[in-house]
Design a protein around this ligand. Structure first.
Ligand SMILES: [Zn+2]
Length: 108
């Protein structure tokens, strides 16, 4: 039984684990093959909100296309930019387990 590092939170996981115990990120081939489309990466969501948040990229990624469209329609005002910065801070402060419960169990 070998130890690996979780790509999301860097804690150690064994070969037999499908989900990380700490952040519930998918591990191994199941995660790579996209077996569960509801498993989303908190790090990717945070980066999308930071760099492309004005256009609502993180909202589309997190499964909220209606809000993403609103961000996209009003991107010429600076309101979505401010909201995206707020979303980015929220995603950075959110515990991985809380992120999993809020964004990965929604449609399950
Ligand atoms: Zn993890």
């Amino acid at each position: 039984m070998s130890q690996n590092r979780c790509p999301q939170c860097c804690s150690s996981v064994t070969d037999h684990q499908i989900l990380c115990e700490h952040c519930y990120a998918g591990q191994g081939l199941d995660a790579l093959a996209g077996m569960d489309p509801n498993l989303r990466s908190q790090r990717l969501a945070r980066r999308l909100s930071l760099y492309l948040g004005s256009f609502g990229a993180h909202k589309f990624y997190l499964g909220e296309p209606a809000r993403g469209t609103l961000y996209l329609l009003f991107c010429w005002t600076l309101v979505p930019t401010a909201l995206a910065l707020r979303d980015s801070l929220q995603l950075a402060r959110m515990a991985p387990a809380q992120f999993y419960r809020r964004w990965c169990l929604k449609s399950a």
